[in-house]
Design a protein around this ligand. Structure first.
Ligand SMILES: *Cc1c(COP(=O)(O)O)cnc(C)c1O
Length: 455
């Protein structure tokens, strides 16, 4: 099975497995209203294929832009096979097999993150997973505010609005991490009920110092939610080694009250796969008002009774389950994917340090690299960044490089020691996620081409 599309042998097996199982229940004919001719489908499919060409090549090593990449073929195979049955993981009756797979993979995620006990489930996204965590935060500390850093995902301020809770934004330091002095000052007011720490900010991949936040929050009887939607799987390589990531913040997840991570970001899954986990299973009582807490410790829990969403694809659980059977949550499994990404990001950062045309914005803590064309003023950096972004994407397809831009304030540039004239309050720089292991081998080519375009 190859990295991107080699499923030609496997997809017929998916159809075969489901067909032979269904046949046991007796043959039947499709209703005439359901039949379409091969000719009509073929023509429509051609139009689909043409329309889909209006896309960026997310799976290509030289696509180093947004957090988008195709799922692993094992995930596609797991998803398609289960989708042919289309179980609904809302309830055990909707899909007993995939509900069991969901509990199984969620338990593996809990172990990876150091939770000894847990209540959790998959969600359709990190946004919904965070909404659930913040909702539980409100139920446990009614009337209190929720604090998160200015670099936290926008979903936190938005969801605070949705659930009617005051959101408090804590400044970040010169590395994009939550400023602990500012946090301590807020905690001192007594109005904060829950602190959201982000491990792997969406913009820069920065790690809030969770190990220090835990002590501060505990001293103020404040809950801790960890949003590690992007960075969570880096727990597999959090060993402070040359191609690993910092261990201390990841080890502290074990002391958090809840955590969110997105298998559809670094878990090789198609969209529609987030996860939320709570350290204390008794929070299940907030989901179902008339059931005693003991119910939720039972093995027979229905996922729909501990989830805000009702219908959810059982296929998402099957996809993650099959993927983790062949690429397990270990250093030797998914960890090797993440180490390759990390090496690519670090190599790029080294090249940027030595470049006369491009400068690194800050050192990558995960696999996100931020950089900018060297110019005197922030407005010139903004213009050159957007120019480079467009020029790289407009090369012939066999040379194209796809990047993303990132908005920065003049003060944030200064906080990182970049001496540029702040002739505008904010501007755009460039940002690349090196989230495919194949990109590591393309970093020299990418960097050289961007340098020559920048000159
Ligand atoms: C991506 C992301 C989210 C939102 O998750 P979706 O799956 O896109 O809804 C939340 N927080 C962080 C840190 C993220 O990176």
């Amino acid at each position: 099975m190859g990295p991107v599309t080699d499923l030609s042998e496997w997809l017929p097996r998916a159809v075969g497995a489901v067909d032979s199982w269904m046949t046991r229940f007796g043959q039947f004919e499709a209703h005439p209203s359901m039949r379409v001719s091969d000719e009509a489908l073929g023509e429509a499919f051609e139009r689909l294929a043409v329309r889909l060409q209006d896309n960026y090549p997310f799976g290509h090593p030289r696509y180093v832009g947004q957090m988008v990449k195709p799922p692993h073929p094992a995930a596609v195979l797991g998803y398609v096979t289960a989708m042919l049955i289309n179980p609904n993981n809302h309830a055990l009756d909707g899909g007993p097999a995939t509900a069991q797979m969901e509990k199984d993979v969620v338990a593996r995620l809990a172990t990876m993150l150091g939770f000894t006990d847990h209540l959790g489930h998959l969600t359709s996204s990190g946004t919904i997973a965070n909404l659930e965590a913040l909702w539980i935060a409100r139920e446990l500390h009614p009337g209190k505010a929720i604090a998160y850093s200015t670099d936290a995902h926008y979903t936190h301020s938005r969801m605070c609005q949705v659930i009617g809770v005051e959101g408090v934004s804590i400044p970040t330091d010169g590395a994009g991490r939550m400023d602990l002095n500012a946090l301590e000052a807020e905690l001192g007011t007594g109005r904060i009920g829950t602190v959201v720490a982000t491990l792997g900010t969406t913009g820069l991949g920065a790690l809030d110092p969770l190990h220090e936040i835990v002590a501060l929050a505990r001293a103020h009887e404040t809950r801790i939610h960890v949003d590690t939607a992007y960075g969570g799987f880096f727990a597999l390589i959090a060993d402070d080694s040359v191609d690993g990531v910092a261990s201390a913040p990841y080890a502290a997840i074990a002391h958090a009250d809840s955590v969110v991570l997105d298998p559809h970001k670094h878990g090789l899954q198609p969209y529609g796969c987030g996860a939320v986990l709570f350290a204390d299973p008794s929070v299940g009582r907030f989901y179902l008002h008339d059931s005693p807490y003991t119910y939720f410790s039972s093995d027979e829990l229905h996922l729909g009774e501990i989830s805000l969403e009702c219908s959810r694809a059982g296929a998402a659980a099957a996809a993650l389950w099959l993927t983790l059977e062949v690429i397990p949550l270990s250093d030797g499994g998914l960890g090797q994917v993440l180490r390759a990404n990390r090496r690519g990001a670090l190599e790029w950062a080294r090249l940027l340090e030595r470049s006369d045309a491009l400068a690194p914005y800050q050192a990558p803590e995960l696999d996100i690299v931020a950089y900018f064309p060297k110019h005197q003023t922030l407005s010139a950096i903004d213009a050159a960044s957007t120019g480079l972004f467009r020029a790289a994407a407009s090369l012939p397809p066999s040379q194209q490089i796809h990047l993303a831009t990132y908005g920065v304030q003049a003060e944030a540039m200064a906080a990182r020691g970049h001496h540029v004239t702040a002739d505008v309050a904010q501007g755009r720089i460039l940002r690349s996620t090196v989230m495919k292991p194949e990109s590591a081998a393309a970093i020299h080519e990418i960097h050289a081409r961007l340098e020559s375009l920048a000159r």
